[in-house]
Design a protein around this ligand. Structure first.
Ligand code: TRP
Length: 335
């Protein structure tokens, strides 16, 4: 590890296939971060267990997420891409931190409230302490910055609160992490209702484009995207949310500004524009998908990457864990 590089940590839950929202909003922006930061990216499989999983599908989904990370360009030789559940320090530190987190704090988490409303039949303790495990993920690596979406900001704040509380008692054990503010991706909205965030669990099949959709499906979904009746490609997120969302997507692929996109489609109809967006997305994703399919078959390579990075992650995580355990007064193991 280069001493002068700051540490960056992030990850995604190991459930379902990713959407282009996850791709343009997060993953695509992660691939160049290792130039500036020492990067850790976890397959957050432990967090996924807060919702009941089919074991076989779950195991496959975790593997698919790992392959997608790599296929999207997270080079596992330059980034520590690993499985959260392979590094026991995460759950060990989470227990310690549980004892420094108040019920009232966890009760205020909006994600907990949302998820308990959604899964009223399974409001388990893991769902409640979810943010503490996330705090452990981040704090174990002495993380400087965490790229997270708006929806995870509250979890980052509680992470900072827990870390400060612990440090106030025991000295500087944890680095206090900040949100990563840099070029971050666009928030991609549903193609069926552009006032809602694109979601992997939308009931409308045309609302969501998955990273693994084939070209025809991608183009068809964009053709069906809900827009307005003005027939004018103009950026106006409030007045024209559908068109503005498509422009955001197009901008993510081409790097063009909204002004450039407006002039490119000046005088053209929505049909032309939607087709152009669909084709642009399909051709950006084609090589990622090809690499993803290749990687899923190259078991040996992926296994090697996982093993190497699990060990690297464990090395750093255990350093922090040992320090925290010692500080609270747990007896060190005799070696
Ligand atoms: N909770 C995050 C999400 O659902 C995933 C996550 C778990 C995470 N641990 C993390 C993200 C640590 C960043 C850092 O998106």
């Amino acid at each position: 590890m280069e001493d002068n590089k700051k540490i960056l940590y992030s990850g995604m839950q190991a459930t379902n296939t990713l959407t282009i929202g996850n791709y343009f909003g997060a993953l695509k922006n992660w691939v160049t971060l290792n130039e500036e930061y020492e990067c850790f990216f976890g397959v957050m499989d432990l967090h996924s267990l807060t919702v009941r999983q089919n074991p076989t599908e779950f195991r496959q989904n975790a593997r698919k997420l790992y392959a997608l990370y790599v296929a999207a360009g997270l080079d596992p030789k330059k980034n520590c891409v690993y499985y959260q559940s392979h590094v026991p320090a995460h759950t060990q530190l989470a227990w310690l931190l549980d004892c420094f987190t108040y019920m009232g704090e966890l009760n205020r988490m909006t994600q907990f409230k949302d998820k308990s409303a959604k899964h009223a039949d399974n409001i388990n303790a893991g769902l409640f302490t979810y943010p503490v495990l996330m705090a452990a993920d981040i704090l174990l690596y002495q993380t400087d910055v965490v790229p997270v979406g708006k929806d995870q900001m509250q979890h980052l704040e509680i992470t900072r609160d827990i870390a400060e509380r612990f440090n106030n008692i025991y000295g500087d054990v944890f680095k206090i992490p900040e949100a990563y503010i840099g070029k971050s991706g666009a928030k991609i909205m549903s193609l069926a209702d552009p006032t809602k965030k694109m979601s992997k669990s939308d009931e409308n099949v045309n609302a969501t484009v998955f990273l693994t959709d084939d070209s025809d499906t991608i183009i068809r979904k964009f053709k069906k995207a809900v827009t307005d009746s003005e027939a004018c490609v103009k950026y106006d997120p409030k007045g024209k949310p559908g068109i503005s969302n498509l422009m955001d997507v197009y901008s993510c692929v081409t790097g063009k500004t909204s002004a450039e996109i407006e002039s490119e489609f000046d005088g053209k109809g929505y049909g032309d524009f939607k087709l152009a967006v669909g084709e642009a997305v399909a051709s950006e994703l084609a090589p990622v998908q090809a690499e993803y399919n290749r990687l899923l078959k190259d078991k040996e390579y992926i296994n090697g990457c996982i093993k190497e990075n699990d060990e690297k992650a464990a090395y750093f995580a255990n350093k922090t864990l040992r320090k925290a355990m010692k500080k609270v007064g747990l007896t060190e193991m005799i070696r």
